[in-house]
Design a protein around this ligand. Structure first.
Ligand code: GAL
Length: 679
């Protein structure tokens, strides 16, 4: 194992790749626990997340704690060699606390206080909640901080899931404090938000309110700052718990992020640096989507995790073995998907695969959620696959600590930019930031090009290709860093609406796309959002839907032109050569084929490597250690695929190549004979 590549400071919480899930023994009689640990060993589980929702079952009344079951559970796991990711159980306050202090619950946008009974039913500005939460975290950390089984701390659960925004008076006060820090003065706030419009100028701080109510059109600057403040308020709570844990324990601290197909509730890139192990929960897309779509979202999320955890492995903290319980129709996984999906995360840098949850619950809100050990027990297909996956992860132990081969393509993603795009009186309210991002990432994924998904502030020097989809809000520094990519020989691709607004959400004047018009050598004087079903033809045979613009060339050449509508003859896609570099502007929503054509050209021009040449749906990623490389091949199609690859298949023990067959829905992980010549 190459500990160096894992990040010098963090001891990995499991030996080898982590395998396990949320374990809730408090839901079961003790005799079941013995069976649990026995079966965990059969499956190869080496790490469980314990106590996530166990505040009320430990602190049974105000300052009265019954540690007995938790003591026993930790000892039992330890005796069986299973490490513990011990959670602070603060996501779900106990009933006695909610009854005594109902005002710790968040207030919804329409002014109603969230009734008790859900999860994360607390406002991060509640000093009462904070006091009780930290008191319990302190007691927990004192008790178990030195326990050898405790290899990781897990703060709360999916912070922001349920309490991403609170609109109470305490939050209003917190927001005003946050605004003072960000803007310095009330005049600066008025200027940043353009409050001269509609005469909304603020004369005193107390006049500033959270954007409450559903029917108005809140000022976009106010809205965006409230989103940012809300993320920071939750982060402050996370940091407060982390500080208490670190006072009593040297085990690393994490919290499970929620980067996936759903709404991004906090600004994850600003959280990740505060976690010793960047960890994520990923559930495949809602609905019965064809194979490929589900896995692409998985790859996108995993690439985002890697972008937030540069140069070190991250951890898939939760996923499911089958249907979750929170979707309208909870799709089971097809045979092979548990293994393929889990190894898909490992391929992209996760040093493990964890699930919600170990044993399926009989009662409670999540009684029909899938689990590693399903209701039907060890006779089930799911259990067989869980055991199979455990075997695979053991066979892959030597992969632990290696990192994904540095990508030469990057995509820039920013949660606040996404919030700004999808709120208020925007030119096209049905654009989805997530869809825009995935369209471009998907085209790279289909071509086996590995792409880091990174926040706007990171250094971009190692990347030959930087793709910037619909980054509506961008500050001047980040915009300048992006604009400098072509000058050093890289290729920058910017799509519509990017750079149009500054960091306060104010429109940059002088032509779209504001911050990038100069480097692109192209600008538009008018935006033409399309109506539902409206199609504009393009001269390469493609079509634009949803979005078009009237573009003018100012140094760039037109690669594709509009050929219908009032824009006919005008540039749709442009390219400007700058030394060895290039700057592309895509002013229209091109659809999958059009995006694919542009990406083909980008791949050819920039030389960003395809891991190998295969059909779409054959995913290929390489991880590297000090002296070894591992090629992951995942076949998401229904047909066997043959690819030019060779090595020792760690999953079967067979030597394969020079042509390797990857069965339909199957996975191969090859220890390659030697480093490819590109080194
Ligand atoms: C996650 C959550 C888990 C469990 C799971 C069910 O979002 O962290 O505690 O509820 O969903 O899919």
């Amino acid at each position: 194992m190459t500990a160096a590549s894992r990040g010098a400071q963090t001891r990995w919480p499991a030996d080898g790749l982590a395998y396990g899930g949320d374990y809730n023994p408090e839901q079961w009689p003790r005799e079941v626990w013995d069976e649990d640990v026995r079966l965990m060993r059969v499956a190869g589980v080496n790490l469980v997340t314990l106590g996530v929702f166990a505040w009320g079952t430990v602190e049974v009344a105000d300052d009265v704690r019954d540690w007995s079951w938790l003591d026993d559970a930790i000892e039992l796991l330890h005796a069986h060699g299973i490490a513990v990711d011990l959670a602070t159980p603060t996501a779900a306050p106990p009933s006695w606390l909610l009854a005594a202090h109902p005002d710790i619950a968040p207030v919804l946008v329409d002014g109603y206080r969230e009734p008790a009974g859900g999860r994360n039913a607390w406002c991060p500005e509640s000093s009462v909640y904070r006091r009780y939460a930290l008191r319990h975290v302190d007691a927990l950390a004192r008790r178990y901080g030195d326990h050898p089984a405790v290899r990781l701390w897990h703060v709360g659960n999916e912070l922001g899931g349920g309490n991403a925004r609170c609109y109470c008076d305490g939050s209003a006060a917190g927001f005003r404090r946050w605004l003072r820090d960000r803007h310095g003065s009330l005049d600066a706030v008025n200027a940043a938000w353009g409050t001269a419009q509609w005469g909304h100028r603020y004369g005193t701080w107390d006049e500033i309110m959270p954007p409450r109510g559903r029917h108005g059109a809140p000022n976009p600057g106010l809205f965006l700052d409230y989103e940012r403040y809300s993320s920071d308020a939750l982060l402050a709570h996370y940091l407060a718990e982390k500080e208490v844990l670190e006072r009593h324990s040297s085990a690393p601290v994490t919290t499970n992020l929620m980067v996936g197909a759903g709404a991004q509730v906090v600004d994850y890139a600003s959280w990740a640096p505060h976690t010793a192990v960047v960890s994520n929960d990923h559930y495949t897309l809602v609905g019965d989507l064809p194979a490929g779509d589900r896995e692409h979202d998985l790859a996108f999320a995993a690439d985002r995790m890697r972008g937030m955890s540069p140069g070190r492995p991250w951890l898939l903290m939760e996923s499911s073995t089958g249907g979750p319980s929170w979707q309208r129709r909870n799709r089971a996984k097809d045979p092979g998907e548990i293994v393929r999906h889990s190894l898909g995360h490992v391929a992209r840098g996760s040093d493990g695969a964890m699930f919600f949850q170990w044993r399926a619950s009989r009662a409670g809100a999540e009684q029909f959620h899938s689990a590693m050990l399903p209701h039907s027990g060890t006779r089930s297909r799911v259990w067989q696959e869980v055991v199979e996956l455990g075997g695979h992860l053991r066979s892959l132990a030597e992969v632990a600590g290696t990192v994904v081969e540095p990508a030469r393509a990057a995509m820039v993603v920013d949660d606040p930019a996404g919030w700004a795009l999808q709120h208020g009186l925007m030119p096209h309210r049905e654009l989805s930031y997530g869809r825009e991002l995935r369209a471009w990432h998907r085209a790279l994924w289909d071509r086996q090009v590995v792409c880091d998904v990174v926040p706007p502030g990171v250094p971009l020097d190692g990347y030959d290709l930087v793709v910037v989809p619909t980054l509506l809000v961008v500050d001047d520094d980040a915009a300048a860093r992006l604009a400098s990519v072509p000058a050093r020989g890289g290729t920058l691709l910017v799509t519509y609406l990017s750079g149009v607004c500054d960091d306060d959400g104010q429109v940059r004047t002088g032509g779209f796309p504001g911050a990038f018009a100069d480097v692109l050598g192209a600008w538009s004087d008018e935006l033409y959002p399309l109506q539902a079903g409206q199609v504009v033809r393009l001269d390469d045979g493609g079509e634009a839907t949803e979005w078009t613009e009237r573009v003018h060339l100012d140094g760039a050449e037109a690669v594709v032109r509009y050929s219908s509508s009032s824009l006919a003859g005008g540039p749709a896609v442009t390219r400007r050569e700058i030394g060895d570099g290039a700057a592309w502007y895509v002013s229209a929503a091109l659809g999958a084929d059009g995006v694919g054509r542009v990406v083909d050209r980008l791949v050819a021009d920039t030389g960003v490597p395809r891991v190998l040449d295969a059909a779409p749906g054959l995913e290929a990623v390489r991880r590297r250690g000090d002296d070894r490389s591992y090629l992951f091949l995942l076949n998401h199609t229904g047909d066997e695929q043959k690819v030019a690859a060779a090595g020792h298949d760690l999953l079967t023990g067979a030597e394969v190549g020079p042509l390797t067959t990857v069965p339909a829905g199957g996975v191969r992980v090859l220890r390659e004979p030697r480093r490819p010549a590109s080194d």
